[in-house]
Design a protein around this ligand. Sequence first.
Ligand code: AMP
Ligand code: ZN
Length: 470
Amino acid sequence: MIRFFNTLSGRVEDFVPLRPGEVSLYTCGPTVYSHQHVGNMRAYVFEDLLKRFLSFSGFRVRHVMNITDVDDKTINGANAEGVSLQEYTRKYIDTFFADLETLNIRPADHYPRATDHIPEMVAIIKGLLEKGLAYRKDGSIYYSIAKFPAYGRLSKIRMDDLRPGQRVEADEYEKESVHDFALWKAPKPGEPVWETELGPGRPGWHIECSAMSAKYLGPTFDIHCGGVDNIFPHHENEIAQSEAYWGRPFVRFWLHCQHLVRDGEKMAKSKGNTTTVSELAAAGVDRLTIRYLLLSTHYRKVLNFTQEALSQAQAARQRLLDFVLALEGISTSRPAAPSLPNLIAETRRGFTDALGDDLNIAEALAALFEFIRTTNTLIGAEALGTDDARRSLDFLGEVDTVLGVLPLGKREILPEEIQERIAAREAARRAGDFRLADDIRAELVRAGVKLEDTKDGVRWKRVTKDGPRT
Ligand code: AMP
Ligand code: ZN
C-alpha cells in the first residue's frame, strides 16, 4: 500500500488511483522569466522521485507540466529588454529543459505552454461568467470567491475578513489579500493582447493550469504537485475555477514540497539568493550530486542549501560509486554467498516500504546503505564471487530506476591519450620504475583521473580539484 500526505485533508491517506494501474499527474512548471534556480529544481526532483517510484510500483504515469510563458513577470522582463514575449522566454525554456536533463529528470508526457492554450482558457472563463461566478470590471474579468463556498479549503485561510467585491489584479499575492482574482486582464499599453470572444486582453496566471490540466488529464485527476508557495493563491484558485466550471472534484491528492532555503530564506529570484544548476556544475559539483542533495531530504522538510549539505551529498554518493566500482572489480569466481539473495530481498522490501510511506527517502536510503555495509563486509572477507557481484549490481540498477543517481551501464570511455598514459604507468610498474609510475599517476590526477591499484587490477575514477566525481 502506498500512502501520501494530502495537503487538502491535512492527513496521510492511502493512495488508490482513479483508474487501476494508471496515475494522472500534473505538476506546476516554470515561469520562464529567468533561469530556474536549484530551489525550483528541488520541486522538479521531488516530482521526479514521486513519478519514478510510482512507475517502479507498476503504475503507468501520465505526467503533464505546464510552462508559464505569459504572466506579470514574463511581460515585465520582455518589456525591460525591448523584445517580444516569445523571444524573451525562449532562452529560459531552453535552459529549463537542459537543466532537467542534467539532473536526470525523466521527461513529462506533455509540456503545454500557456500561450498555446488561450482558447481553452477563454472557454472556461466564459462558462464561469455564464454561471455567475465571474464578473466584468473595467475590461477585466474577476472570479467572485464569495460564490465558491469551498474557497480556502486547501490553504486553510480564514474567510472572515473577506469583503466581497475587493479585487486583486496581480498574479501573485499574500494570504492577507484574499480577494477576487483576475481571470482575464484588460489590455494595457506594452502588454500582449489576444482578441477573443471575451474581448481583448490576456489571461491571469491561475486559469492556465485549470485549462491545461483538464485538456491533457481530464477534469478530475489523481495528483497535483508544486512547491508550498503554490498552495495560496495559485492552487486555491485552480480549485475554485475548475470545480465551479466542471462541477466535479478537481484533484484527489495534493502533494507540496517544502522550500529549499539559503541562510534561512526561501531561495527566490526576488531575494537575490539564487544559484543555478549550471553555476554549480561550473564550480565543479557533479550533476548527480546536486540531484542527490535535492532528493535525499524528505520533501515535506525544509532543505538548507549549504556547502556542508553539498559535501555530505557528495560523500554519500561517493560511497555508492565506490561500491559500484568494488562490485565491478570482482573477477574471481567463488561459491555464491548464501546470505545474499535474502539480503537483497530484505533491502528491496525496506526500500519500497519506506518510499510507499509518503516517500520516506531517509529510511529508503538507510536500507540501501545498510545493504552496502553488509555486502562490503562480504567483499572484505573475500566471500563474494562474480555471480553475487552481478546480482548486487542488478539490484542497484533496480533501485536506481527510482533514485537516478548512479552512472550504471554508462561508464565513461576515457580518451585515448589517457588510456595510453595508464598503460605506460603499468609498464613502468612492471619494469620496477616506481618513480616514473608515481609521476604518471600524479599527472593523471591533474588531468582529472585517479588510479587505484586493487588485487583485481588497476581501476580509475574521475576527480576534480575539490574531490571525486563520476
Ligand atoms: P516558478 O518558476 O516560480 O513558477 O516555480 C516553479 C516551481 O518551483 C513551483 O512548483 C514552485 O513552487 C517551485 N519553487 C520555487 N521556489 C522554490 C524553492 N525555493 N524551493 C522549492 N520549490 C520552489
Ligand atoms: Zn500551476
